[in-house]
Every structure is written in structure tokens, then in C-alpha cells.
Design a protein around this ligand. Sequence first.
Ligand code: PGA
Length: 257
Amino acid sequence: MRRMFIAGNWKMNRSPTEAASLADQLKRSLLDHTSVDIAVAPTALAIPAVIAKLKHSNIHVAGQNIHHQTSGAYTGEISAEMLRSTGCEYVLIGHSERRHKFGESKENTQQKVQAAFRGGLLPILCVGETLEQRQAGQAAMVTTQQVAAAMAFLPADQAAAVTIAYEPVWAIGTGHTASPTQAQEMHAIIRDWLRKNYPLFVSKQIRIQYGGSVKPHNAAALLSQADVDGALVGGASLQADSFTAIIEAAVALKKAG
Ligand code: PGA
């Protein structure tokens, strides 16, 4: 049985003061929801304040990006080791905005996945096709190639500890969610690729989140799919009530299942 994992990506939103206040609200509203794993990814600047608020809570903290080196002349960058030292436990790798707006390559994601494990962070590896790629019938190929590149050279135990977030680029921040059937189809393709390329326990244990316009009204339908093990939530994670509603949908499914 895989535990559901719901993560909120706050992107470049919320100042440290605002982020601390949102964390405070979430800590109170999510206190009882211990049957699912929960994480939030504030801007790097807000991480210490959010971690201070979330001490002794069931909410984990993630970074949104890392540089693959430990330290050095990399102006503007943050290493996995630095994030870990603040108390962060997870890090997003290869978010589509990093790939498409900042030119991050497949090779970069591979280096960053390695760096995350070296620095003691668990990667949330984001993959997904653009609208053009989907229309050209390339969704499965593009997405599995992104998984293969980023997870290359990982020993099986580390591979099983990665969370994959399948986020079709056309669904991110657009209000156009993948249908539950489309999400399930892609999640099954990713899991099948893992089954063929790793020892069996990896594909059984690894969690695959869906991301792209997940909202309270569509969360239950997406999360009830067999291979959807959680969600990576952008816009709806910026308000305590909508993020809480999504987590409550996961908790209710868990109870029903
Ligand atoms: P969205 O963002 O929920 O606002 O579509 C998802 C993401 O970018 O992870």
C-alpha cells in the first residue's frame, strides 16, 4: 500500500511573513490528517520561517530547486546540503517552469536528482509533455524519456524513494486539468516503464503524483485512480482552505478504500 502524498508548490508567491502565516493556518487545519503525507514548497527565502512554524507538525517542507554542486562560484544558487541544513526534507526537481522558462535540460535533472540524495533530500521529480507533444502522440515517449534521464544511475533503493509528479504542461496553471482517465493512463505508463527497468519493488513502492490545476472539486476523481498516489498542487495550495480541502479528499478516499 502506497501512502498518499499531497504537496503544495507555492512558486514565487508569499513573502516570508505571509508564508509563515499560511503555514500556521495549515498546521492548525491539517493537524488530524496523519494518514497522508503532506509537504509545502515555499520560496527559499521563506523556508526558515515556515520550518519554524511547522515544527512538531505533520507537514514537511520542500525546496523548489537546487544546484547540483555542494558549494562554489554559482551566483544565485542554493545547494541540496544548504536546504537540508534548514530542515527541508524534499526538493522539486525539473518542474516544467524550470525546464521551459529556465532552460533546464534532462541532464540537469539527472545531476540534481543525484545531488538531492547526496545532500539528504528526497526528490520530487516533475515530468510531463507539452500540448504540442500530446497532439503529436508523443506524451508517453517524452514523459518516460524524462523519467529515464533523471533517474539514470540511481540504485534501486533510491529510485523507490523518488516521488514522480506527472504534470502535463498544458494543465499547469491553466485550469485545464487532465481527465482522471488521461492521468491514470500516463501514470500507468510511467509505472510500467519503472517495472521494466528496475526490480519489481521500485514500481510497487514509488509514488506518482498528478499535478496541473488540481482543485478541491476535481481532487477526489483524480486521486481515486489506481496509479495516482497524490497530487502536486500549485494555485490551490496558496489558500489554506483549498489546500486543506484537497487533503481532506485524499483522507476520505483512504478511509473509503
Ligand atoms: P497548478 O500548478 O496547480 O497551479 O496548475 C501545479 C504545479 O505547477 O505544480
